[in-house]
Design a protein around this ligand. Structure first.
Ligand SMILES: [Zn+2]
Length: 544
């Protein structure tokens, strides 16, 4: 598949020393070849560039703009993102009245839909309450409301009946809330979402709808400068839809996926899921299918702070209650050993300090160093654990969009001020030598990488730019380090650094042309002008 060789000149081409970007500089031009690879990065006076110009290479004027390696989202959920782009957004609602008004308006405007799905509700908007009766008089159709982090779903009675949850038992690690008479109330949390709600919604959608949803997500990714992503909860349904998407469309985003392992009653059932992941990995790996592959497994060790489901070493300050990690060290051991033994990568979701400790202990004890195992989120890590990541070669998979001060207003109450001091300790991870991979966790947060980098570097809100609050600015990353975490770091995190993540000869010509000042405080004003994938322009803001 030949593309036309190109010279992109008059740019500021980002160059960095490594995933930590201890030093960085800017070159002036990039030369690409017919294979879609970078052959040279440097200056127009370089002999290679002079020769290419003599051979009449196609020239593109970058007009002084910054050229970054295109972004790799270190942690995202493709089908959920695609479906959520079609959901009623509730993030601007302040209370139940706002939520009801938004749903009502959407329901009236969309009479042909068979169900109404909503996103980005937060418990704080409804004083922690979520019952079907709060929604039942709005519309007769099933209503599903995703909590912002996707760890809870709130439904009306029609949705509860459609799923048939009244007669279901709580799955391991999840809860279907019931009243004193055993009647389901409308709230479901943790593994219920992955085991019951999502499969139901995915089944309810046709293959055509799923492919369309995914296509929408891929287009949205191209438009903000991504050419790669790590899908962090792949299952049979998502895999089938992604296969269809790739058969029917050109997909200018490479996907590396982690197969989600949900806790079951027996070790054999847990391991059967790992077996399935290994089987798929043998079919879809970096050699056989570099653009669409299984990288490893994903295990969710706890929930989230906001829902009081993250596992902490000390109880929550609000209610004195606490939860345990969804997996004990003993339960994790066989799953980790099996996946690691097969050569796969392991990703452990761990948010609270207790879960983070268990996750690191488990990888230290049972996994092979050098396999680029990773921990997702790391929102409240103790100093001693933050320092262990680098020593053990564990990638710190971080999502600065979750550190946005505007969505952390409940934290001081939930955790107490003293514990908030440990929130999102990115600098500690980096200082300890861990590779950082920056991701969006879309659709739980907005996808734009430069907004994500804004919060990583300034520790301020991208959602509410006028909100002056910062979250532990001592943990802020330098701009070059944050850009590297969103490019080279995320590529490294899934072994894609062999072909992308940096602008260097021999790598794929994957880059984003950005109108921006090299100044963290001005990132919210930046714009993606073009996205290039394998030497071809796949997004042009001017044509959009
Ligand atoms: Zn996630």
């Amino acid at each position: 598949m030949a593309v036309s060789p190109a010279l992109l000149y008059n740019g500021r081409v980002f160059q960095s020393s490594g995933t930590d970007a201890k030093t960085h500089s800017f070159a002036e031009c990039i030369l690409t070849d017919a294979e879609g690879k970078i052959v040279h990065v440097g200056f127009v006076s370089d002999p290679k560039v002079v020769a290419a110009e003599a051979a009449r290479v196609t020239r593109h004027d970058m007009k002084g703009r910054i050229v970054l390696p295109s972004f790799v989202d270190g942690h995202m959920h493709l089908l959920r993102l695609g479906q959520s782009l079609l959901n009623v957004p509730l993030e601007n609602c302040k209370n139940l009245d706002d939520i009801r008004a938004a749903i009502k308006e959407y329901a009236v405007a969309n009479p042909s839909l068979s169900r109404i799905t909503c996103k980005n509700w937060m418990f704080s908007m409804t004083d922690g309450k979520a019952t079907a009766s709060m929604l039942d008089d709005l519309d007769p159709r099933p209503i599903f409301i995703d909590e912002k982090s996707l760890h809870s779903t709130w439904c009306n009675t029609a949705a509860l009946e459609e799923m048939g949850v009244q007669d279901m038992e709580d799955p391991e690690g999840g809860k279907i809330y019931r009243d004193e008479n055993g009647k389901v109330t409308g709230l479901m949390t943790e593994t219920v979402i992955m085991r019951i709600v999502w499969p139901h919604l995915a089944k309810a959608a046709s293959m055509e709808e799923k492919v369309e949803a995914m296509k929408g997500a891929v287009d949205a990714y191209s438009a903000v400068g991504y050419t790669g992503a790590v899908e962090m909860a792949m299952d049979e349904n998502g895999l089938e839809a992604l296969r269809h998407l790739r058969q029917t469309h050109k997909v200018p985003v490479r996907f590396a996926a982690h197969w989600v392992i949900t806790p079951r009653k027996t070790e054999a059932e847990n391991l059967a899921q790992v077996d399935r992941a290994i089987e798929l990995w043998k079919e879809l790996n970096a050699e056989t299918s570099p653009d669409f592959r299984i990288a490893g497994i994903k295990v969710v060790c706890d929930g989230i702070i906001d829902g009081c489901t993250a596992a902490l070493t000390e109880p929550y300050s609000t209610n004195g209650a606490n939860v345990e990690s969804l997996w004990s060290l003993e339960e994790l051991a066989p799953v980790i050993k099996k996946a690691d033994g097969a050569g796969m990568q392991i990703a452990l979701h761990a948010i609270g300090d207790a879960a983070i400790k268990i996750a690191i202990d488990a990888l230290e004890k049972h996994a092979t160093p050098g396999r680029r195992h990773r921990i997702e989120h790391l929102e409240l890590a103790m100093p001693e654990d933050a320092a262990r990541l680098g020593k053990l070669g564990i990638t710190a998979s971080i999502q600065a969009v979750h550190a946005d001060p505007a969505i952390l207003r409940a934290w001081p109450k939930l955790l107490g001020e003293h514990r908030c001091k440990r929130a999102f300790a990115y600098k500690d991870f980096a200082d300890g030598g861990a590779v950082l991979a920056l991701g969006s966790d879309a659709p739980t947060a907005p996808i734009e990488p430069l907004k994500n980098i804004y919060t990583a570097t300034t520790r301020r809100s991208a959602r509410e730019p006028d909100y002056k609050e910062t979250v532990n600015p001592e943990f802020a990353l330098e701009l070059a380090a944050a850009v590297s975490a969103a490019t080279a770091g995320s590529a490294y995190s899934c072994f894609a650094d062999k072909w992308t993540g940096k602008l260097e000869p021999g790598l794929s010509a994957d880059f984003a042309v950005v109108e921006m000042d090299w100044d963290a405080d001005k990132l919210l004003e930046s714009n993606i002008v073009e996205t290039w994938f394998k030497g071809e322009k796949v997004y042009d803001a001017q044509a959009a």
